[in-house]
Every structure is written in C-alpha cells, then in structure tokens.
Design a protein around this ligand. Sequence first.
Ligand code: ATP
Length: 403
Amino acid sequence: MAEIGIYGGTFAPVHLGHIRAAETALASLPLDKLLVIPAGIPPHKRLTAGDDPADRLEMLRLAFADADPRIEISDYEINAEGKSYTALTLKHFSENGDHLTFFCGTDMFESLDTWYHPETVFSLARVVHLRREVTDAEDLKRFGELQRHYEETYGADILQLDAEPLVMSSTEVRSRIEAGLSLDEFLPSPVAEYVRSHRLYGAPYREEALAAEVARVIGNEYRFSHTLGVVKEAARLAEMFSLPPEEAEELKLAAYLHDITKSIKGNGQKELYFYYGLPFGETEERSPKTLHAVTGAYFARERFPDLVTDRIFNAIRRHTTGEAGMTLFDKLLYLADYIEEGRSFPDCVALRDLFARLTEEKGVSEAVLDETMIRSFDLTLEGLMKDGDYIHPMTVAARNSLV
Ligand code: ATP
C-alpha cells in the first residue's frame, strides 16, 4: 500500500505558489508519490475563454520538470468524462488500496462542504489544508472551527499545515499577463515563456518567447541556428518584396515554425500523420525527408493556434516539396529556407548567387523570384535523379506550374 498525495486544481496557469505548496506537502508528510492533477472541467471555477486543458497540463509538466521525482503530473481528470469531481478522482486512485492524502488551499478547504459528495472525499482521503495567505488569529480560529465541523459531520481526518505560503493566485497572474507585467516572481521561466509564446490569457505576442519555445521543441542547436537563419532571410526577402507589415510579420512566424517537427525521426513522422488523420500512402512512404513540412504545419497550428494563420500553415506545408500554384508568400518562405546564409551546401550557394545576380540585373520582381524557384526545383530534381531517389510529385508539379 503506497502513500499517495493528491493535489488538484485548475492551474490556469500553475504558479510558484502551487510549487511551494507541493514542496510543503512533500516535506511535511512521508509520501511515496504526489499526483498533481489538473481538472478537465473544474466544477467550481469558470475556465477562461479559449482554455485548452492540454496547455494547462503542459505548463504543469514544465513547472515540475526538475522537481522532486515523487511528483507526477496526472492527466486523469483531463481525460475523464464530465466534470472533474474530487470524489470520483479519489475513488479512482484508491481502488488498488493505496492510502490517499488530499491537499488543498484555503479557498478549497473552506468550501469542501459544498463539493460533490463531501462524505466520499472525507472517507477516501485524509485532507490536508495548506495555507495560501498570511493568517491572523481570527483566521486560525475559523480554520479550527471548520476542522471540528468536518470531523463531527463526516468523521474527517484533517491536518492543518502552517508552512509559510507564497501568496499569489492564478487570477492575479492572468491579470498580470494581460497587462504585460513581469511574471518573474510568479511563474517559473519555462511556464512564462510558454504563456507568452502561445499567447495564453491575452498575452501579447513576444518574439523572444516564441523563439525560446521553438528552440525547446526543436531541441537541437544546429537546427535551431538554421531556423534563425531562415528568420533573418525571410525578413530580408519581405523587405525586398515590400510585403505589407502584417504579412512580413507572418512570414517571420512561418520561418520560426517551418522546421518545428524536423527533429522527429524514425517512425515519429508517420505517427504524426496518423495523429493528424492524414493519409499516408506510397508517396509519403517513399519521401521521408518531406514529411516534416506537412507534420510541421499541423503541429504548428495545433501548438500555436493564435499565431498560425492559413497563410502560415500553407507555406510551412509547402516549404520542402513546393506545390503547383504557390503564392508569393509560399515562395518567399521556400527561398528563405533554401538560401539562408548558414547554408553551405553547393546547390544552396549556387541558388543564393543566382538570386543575387538576377535581382541585380533585372531588379526585384515575382518573375525573377520564379526564375530562381525554377532553378531551385531543377537543382533538387537533378540531385534526386543523380542519387536514384524517388521524386515527390508535388515538386514536379511545382516546377511545371512555373514554366
Ligand atoms: P484562481 O485564481 O484561478 O482561482 P488559484 O491560484 O486558486 O486559481 P487553483 O488552480 O485553483 O489556483 O489552485 C489549485 C490548488 O492550489 C488549490 O487547492 C488552491 O487552494 C491551492 N493554491 C492556489 N494558490 C496557492 C498558493 N499561493 N499557495 C498555496 N496553495 C495555493
């Protein structure tokens, strides 16, 4: 029989007060495990507009990544049907005979009477009250009375911890996010970055936050330096082609996100195809190096729904194979990826030189861009033929649509 702590909440988002509370829980009782369980649908709280439980779960994972290994983030309530009632969660986790301790802050402690089947909560777990505010004698008296009431009414087993809390709430954090105020003293930095890069809770978009998140997902310095090269080249091309500011901004985002799944190897790309419900046929089977463009588009849109417009989605999807009828925006991302300054592959150097020469001789125009694009497809096709490789039909179609 294991000693399991249960720490539930909405965690929208998880903040340092929650982390302190979890540390207090572990330091105060001999637990084998502390399960931190975000609610799927909290019965007593309203979720913020656009709430995605997957974000709350991911932020918890980031927040506790380096914490005591006894802490485990559980997706149990997120995956369960209906409202996240603690009574049902405790039932589930007590089924194999483990001994449960349920940890809650003052707001929860004071409202336990109004919960769904409080008698079940009290019968299945010891309840530990973790203070979340500075308390005075009056508060202590109230807590004591409440404890007696629960003990007498439900036969509850209650423990009150008096460790010093970090006073803050997710509500306060959300207001700070919306106002663009510093989150340094409220969120662990990976969580703050996640909030900003995903523009959660009305966070203004911040490039550094997106860059940090992309670097984290790509997880490979060399690849990320290529991404930064594409971002730089995309900005240069956007200016050359006088894109309107909004589109130039989108091109930059597309550049940041274009290789977001490229580090996923082996069967991972195929699994992403299945995950996104995409057909996986002979073409996909035979052109593994092109898959990341498609999975990248879907992944980017799923991870950054507020940032990824259709234009960005399509450009990412087309950035490796090309496609018939590419837009100017698609072509600029494609070219930026091909000729960014960090690329030293001979074909890339040749194309960079060609583009520079053509624009110098003929000026900047979509016709010059197309001439460069045709040459890039030719170089790709020649390379594939030389190696006896399979040619993705979309690359042939892309070339043919330009000649
Ligand atoms: P909101 O402001 O949106 O109501 P919250 O900050 O109260 O959110 P929850 O996710 O509801 O956060 O809290 C999860 C659990 O953590 C609850 O038991 C809550 O009482 C407790 N808790 C919240 N903030 C603190 C804190 N600063 N210190 C200790 N416990 C806390």
